[in-house]
Design a binder for this molecule. Structure first.
Ligand SMILES: C[S@@+](CC[C@H](N)C(=O)[O-])C[C@H]1O[C@@H](n2cnc3c(N)ncnc32)[C@H](O)[C@@H]1O
Length: 299
């Protein structure tokens, strides 16, 4: 028997448990935020965060910009976001809508799509982006948030493939590529998007308990508890706990996190001066790290 979920991939983000589990995914490093700040146009310090989820990007940028419009199609994601520290500021507009239809308040000096662009109707949203940015402003895309070169990666992937096959669960994941390989691949290839730069951030180390790591996994569409069902979710947790225990120290998993960031132009806007932008990225890194340390956020 083939089990086909009645939840589309996008609908899986609408589930409350997926949204609540999202907070257990690895964080973005300070380098991600300083790079994004360096990409913001000098003509508008307003940012559009599309598919914002629980607001990691909006909340990380808001103290350094004029305002952020944060859009997500899942009200559950926005509910989680709004409960987080700093989310009540009038500088963030939390917008419950699809990017294809959301009310916008342009012009934006940067549009950011963190792990979200592939869920959208590209022809429609890229046209909307082009109409909403100031001349020369960039669309920035962030790549996968899986552990990089984790010692358990090969075992985990083999387990996951078998787990789905044994239950005949239909899954559209791209198999066969390691996380490190995915980091060097373009996130978006589309005639209306002209890439102009990219980087892979330096690794940061992140530690969490096996239970928290599994909650992070359940925030991913393939491993959503509402998609798998209660029985398969319990089996997944139990088998994964056995597998991961071999790699844990005092119950904790430690792994490297890196992010691919790429940026480019949408529509027919002017190109920004690449050298000036690179200088801004460098300056913004120093300013961002200094201000985060002053606010006691640096761990
Ligand atoms: C993997 S999460 C990314 C969350 C966040 N940007 C981050 O970097 O952690 C993808 C998000 O995109 C949202 N999403 C998917 N399709 C969307 C669309 N067409 N319009 C708006 N949001 C969408 C989902 O609801 C989900 O919250």
């Amino acid at each position: 028997m083939i089990v086909e979920t009645n939840l589309s991939y996008r609908e899986r983000f609408a589930c409350r448990r997926v949204a609540e589990n999202y907070l257990f995914r690895p964080p973005y490093s300070p380098e991600v935020f300083s790079t994004l700040l360096g990409l913001i146009s000098l003509s508008s310090r307003t940012v559009l965060d599309v598919g914002c989820g629980p607001g990691k990007i909006a909340l990380g940028l808001v103290n350094h910009v004029k305002r952020v419009d944060a859009i997500d199609a899942s009200i559950e994601m926005l509910n989680v976001a709004k409960r987080l520290s700093g989310a009540a500021t009038s500088k963030i507009r939390w917008i419950d809508a699809t990017m294809e239809q959301a009310p916008l308040d342009p012009p934006y000096g940067l549009i950011v799509a963190g792990l979200s662009i592939h869920w959208m109707d590209l022809d429609r949203v890229l046209t909307r982006f082009a109409e909403a940015v100031v001349n020369g402003a960039c669309l920035a895309l962030l790549g996968p948030d899986f552990p990089v070169d984790a010692p358990w990666e090969a075992d985990e992937t083999a387990f996951m493939v078998d787990f789905l096959a044994e239950r005949s669960i239909v899954d559209g994941r791209s198999a066969g590529k390691t996380v490190a390989q995915r980091l060097v691949e373009p996130i978006l290839v589309h005639p209306d998007y002209r890439p102009i730069g990219h980087k892979v951030t330096e690794p940061i180390q992140f530690s969490q308990s096996i239970a928290d790591y599994l909650r992070g996994q359940h925030s991913r569409p393939s491993w959503s508890e509402d998609h798998l069902g209660e029985k398969a979710s319990r089996e997944f947790d139990s088998e994964m706990t056995k597998l991961l225990t071999r790699y844990a120290v005092d119950g904790m998993l430690t792994f490297a996190v890196q992010t691919r960031i790429e940026w480019g132009h949408v529509g027919s806007g002017e190109s920004c001066d690449a050298e000036a932008r690179d200088t801004r990225i460098r300056r913004s890194r120093n300013n961002f790290l200094a201000s985060e340390t002053a606010e006691g956020r640096e761990s």
